[in-house]
Design a protein around this ligand. Structure first.
Ligand code: ATP
Ligand code: MG
Length: 212
């Protein structure tokens, strides 16, 4: 049982440029620094192998909680693989993942790429959504304890996003990996079947739903 305490506050101080001062005066904004609380001592329990789904409005704190969990988990000695930190090597897609061609095709198909034409292309020749799915295949190929994906499936059409979400959680669970994803789209919840759902609202408001 591993508990994490998420406490994130920012100062609302601003740089007083001439335009900032004009805007402040025009709109009657006070510029004295105030504390702005995003997470107020939120206690989360995340165990190895859990699927955590973070959702909520844009600007509510999804990326912040992902960063904080990642930082605290790294501090505990867990190895984190972060989808947004993956760089794509410029070589044919089929060469990028897996130890064998069979493994490569299997990983790519789980990430939603099952077209042989794409296998022989290089990342620079792919669409954003295809590159995104390739990164997911690379994520599933990494020797990490925790897979983290911010803006999970955001660039994909919703049918593909759902298929990919279902596959990725299945692989994560089969391999005992912890999967932590964030997206403002709420339509992936059924496919992910999360152990923990964090719905972040503005200010420090948050709702937790723990699977029975
Ligand atoms: N380094 C920082 N300094 C000050 N405020 C910050 C900092 N990082 C984030 N914030 C603020 O914290 C809040 C939450 O930001 P966060 O990036 O987690 O939102 P989000 O839910 O991921 O939104 P989106 O869906 O747009 O990605 C925002 O109001 C943002 O302005
Ligand atoms: Mg974000």
């Amino acid at each position: 049982m591993t508990k994490y305490l998420i406490d994130v506050r920012f100062s609302s101080s601003v740089e007083r440029t001439p335009r900032v001062l004009e805007v402040a005066e025009g709109f009657g904004l006070g510029l004295t620094a105030k504390e702005f609380v995003v997470f107020d001592n939120l206690e989360l329990e995340v165990n190895q192998g859990d699927v955590v789904f973070v959702t909520g409005q844009s600007g509510s704190g999804k990326s912040v909680v992902l960063r904080e969990l990642s930082r605290q988990m790294t501090g505990q000695g867990l190895v984190i693989a972060d989808l947004n930190k993956i760089d794509l090597p410029e070589k044919p897609v089929i060469e990028i993942v897996g130890k064998t061609i069979t493994q490569a095709a299997d990983l790519l198909s789980k990430a939603g790429i099952s077209d042989a034409w794409i296998y022989i292309r290089k990342p620079s020749e792919l669409s954003d959504g295809q590159r995104y799915r390739l990164k997911l295949a690379m994520l599933m190929d990494m020797p990490a304890d925790v897979w983290i994906a911010d803006e999970f499936g955001a660039v994909l059409d919703r049918v593909t996003a759902k298929c990919v979400a279902f596959n990725v959680q299945k692989v994560a669970r089969a391999m005992g990996k912890t999967l932590i994803v964030a997206t403002t789209h709420t339509d992936l919840k059924n496919e992910l079947g999360p152990s923990l759902t964090i719905t972040k609202r503005f200010r420090q408001r948050v709702e937790l739903e723990i699977a029975p």
